[in-house]
Design a binder for this molecule. Structure first.
Ligand code: ADP
Ligand code: MG
Length: 622
């Protein structure tokens, strides 16, 4: 049947590397090659079903979709056959050898870091087809596209850096993957083993997976279905136990860990649809990619249509995984139409509400919520800005680190904070910094430690932005403790002025400093809210940019106005009490320079001229 039109090609470099890894892999879980090939077959059938609806004239009709597994004991061959969309010659070349998908590179990179293939990596990075080389020393693909009037092709490779392509005859559309098993891998010819693997990984596939029984002459007698074809989300809730939900999740979304929580609903009323939504217990790294599509699969009457989370949920919920199956959407819906569709809008609103309810439920379980917040808190916070309708619910869910705790775990809710406010306190105090450590050790905190007033420690990049969008919680405004503010006076209610004997002295003192620092500083003033051993501290004015915001903006290459500081002086500090008496203007100037620069160093973490700073310290020490 073959014609003599065989052409040999070389694999793209990354694929060569990938094949080399697969062939020499010591991965103990080689059986997953079958899961990957079945999942490709199932995708191919989904694609054809979809095209039958959207481009009915161009494609052959799919009659009885099936995935078949055929075993040849003598020749040690294993075939995986489908009647899906197949591939044209160009598609074969592109999909199985030429174009290295972005996943290939990431897979190889991740392997270099992790040294060995881990459970879910192969499916995750979309390199499934090549996993067949873990068990086979030669793989052939016979495929015919369901596009009308296309020729079939045979693709073949020993995994050695080359592959060949030739025309071949094949009657029906679809793909046959033929694995020539290595002698060590002959157990994959055993039908019971095959059935077990299908059971373990592919039971959720809603297309029949069949294996043949043969007669004495080795002819195929009939095909027997080995999977339970009903898609799990269509099954009555009372018939599904916990394990089934978890297995479905792990297999469908390539997860190793159990989900934190799930919810399965048959929505009735104006629009009917089913949803099965999971909240994972581990974030997927791809979530930070710019165009992350998420893993929420849209089915219309059991036909897989697409995966694009932005269409069905606000983007800050992109960490959920699940299925939506709608009866009302037209099967041939285009992506553009999806955007302005009432049904979609309705699904989006109610699904968002449902997921927020799930998270609220999760928040009642301290341990699970700790995991949730660690993994997804950063993303959920985006919702404060993105989702005005549900903003209040999200604000209730926020968790923070606190100056009252010694570790950085974010467990304090705003409600909790409010419940432990001091009498007369009506602001929520916070500090923003680059890290937990620098927040926790900030000199701004010393006074609050002393007075036992709780301060929220914010050190995620997004925090300043989030807080600016909250403004207040249950009537309590947010107040940065690095911003000049005297609300603390209300709480501690001390009569400070009586502490200071000679207020006039200070007026002269402050004016002397102001004269020296004229252009460098916005204001100089006394502060009574400082611990004794800190002489000076820098604050920013209410409406001015903060140090942290300045750092954030400049770190992403944006222009930011220079920070204008207020120098606050502690009249009760010993050093200040000494400096105030210095008459010599030159020495006084050196001290002022020292005070300003030590506070700048603490506030910014660096000095523009450290050399001068040290020289002046040394001069004053003599
Ligand atoms: P992924 O499935 O993540 O895209 P794979 O390595 O498993 O990655 O498959 C590569 C590509 O080869 C698929 O995207 C698909 O285009 C094509 N392909 C693989 N198997 C089949 C098949 N049985 N029928 C049609 N196309 C297939
Ligand atoms: Mg695949």
């Amino acid at each position: 049947m073959k014609t003599d039109n065989k052409i040999t090609y070389g694999f793209k470099t990354e694929i060569k590397q990938l094949l080399n890894i697969m062939i020499h892999s010591l991965y103990s879980n080689k059986e997953i090659f079958l899961r990957e090939l079945i999942s490709n077959a199932s995708d191919a059938i989904d694609k054809l079903r979809f095209n039958n609806i959207s481009n009915p004239d161009l494609y052959e009709k799919i009659d009885k979709p099936h995935i078949r597994i055929s075993v040849n004991d003598k020749k040690k061959k294993l075939k995986i056959i489908d009647n899906g969309i197949g591939m044209t010659k160009e598609e074969v070349i592109n999909n199985l050898g030429t174009i290295a998908k972005s996943g290939t590179k990431e897979f190889i990179k991740s392997l270099k870091e992790k040294k060995n293939i881990k459970n879910n990596m192969i499916g995750k990075f979309g390199v499934g087809f090549y996993s067949s080389f873990m068990v086979a020393n030669k793989v052939s693909v016979i495929t015919k596209s369901a596009l009308k009037n296309t020729d079939a092709v045979l693709w073949s490779s020993n995994g050695d850096g080359k592959y060949s392509i030739e025309n071949i005859n094949k009657k029906n559309n679809g793909t046959e993957i033929i694995l020539y098993l290595r002698s060590k891998e002959n157990n994959f010819l055993n039908k019971d083993i095959i059935k077990n693997i299908v059971n373990k990984y592919s039971n959720h596939i809603s297309i029949p997976i069949e294996i043949e029984t043969k007669d004495k002459n080795n002819n195929i007698k009939k095909w027997n279905k080995i999977n339970k074809t009903k898609a799990l989300w269509l099954v009555n809730k009372s018939e599904i136990d916990k394990k089934k939900y978890i297995d479905f999740y792990k297999n469908t979304f390539n997860q190793i860990n159990d989900p934190l929580i799930w919810s399965h609903n048959f929505v009735e009323g104006k629009y009917e649809y089913i949803n099965l939504i999971y909240i994972p217990s581990k974030i997927s790294e791809q979530i930070w990619n710019r165009n992350y599509k998420g893993e929420l699969k849209l089915y219309i009457q059991r036909v897989f249509i697409m995966e694009d989370i932005k269409k069905f949920l606000p983007y800050y919920l992109r960490f959920v995984k699940g299925i939506i199956d709608s009866k009302d959407l037209p099967l041939n819906i285009s992506r553009e139409l999806l955007q302005n569709n009432n049904i979609i809008r309705n699904i989006k609103l109610s699904l968002t509400k449902r997921i927020i309810k799930m998270i609220i439920k999760l928040s009642k379980d301290k341990d699970k919520f700790k995991i949730f917040w660690k993994e997804f808190g950063l993303i959920l916070k985006e919702g404060v800005v993105e989702d005005l309708d549900n903003k209040d619910y999200i604000i209730d869910l926020l968790r923070f680190s606190s100056s009252f705790n010694d570790d950085s775990t974010k467990v304090i809710s705003l409600k909790k904070y409010i419940s432990r406010m001091k009498p007369n306190q009506n602001k929520i105090y916070y500090i923003t910094a680059d890290s937990f450590k620098s927040a926790k050790n900030s000199p701004h905190l010393d006074f609050f430690y002393k007075e036992k007033i709780e301060v929220l420690l914010l050190f995620d990049r997004i925090d300043e932005w989030v807080i600016n969008n909250i403004i207040e919680f249950q009537g309590n405004k947010f107040q940065s403790i690095s911003t000049s503010d005297n609300s603390v006076d209300e709480i501690i209610k001390k009569d400070k002025k009586s502490n200071i004997k000679n207020n006039n002295d200070f007026t002269v003192f402050l004016n002397r400093i102001k004269n020296i620092l004229k252009d460098k500083i916005k204001e100089v003033k006394l502060s009574y809210n400082m611990v004794d051993n800190i002489p000076v501290i820098l604050k920013t004015d209410k409406n001015d940019i903060s140090t942290q915001m300045f750092k954030l903006l400049t770190s992403v290459g944006q222009k930011a106005p220079k920070v204008k500081y207020i120098l606050e002086i502690n009249p009760n500090n010993k050093l200040i009490k000494k400096i105030i008496n210095i008459k010599d203007d030159i020495i006084f100037k050196d001290w002022v320079y020292l005070l300003l620069n030590q506070s700048l160093l603490i506030e910014q973490g660096f000095l523009n001229n450290p050399n001068k700073f040290i020289k002046i310290i040394n001069k004053l020490l003599i």
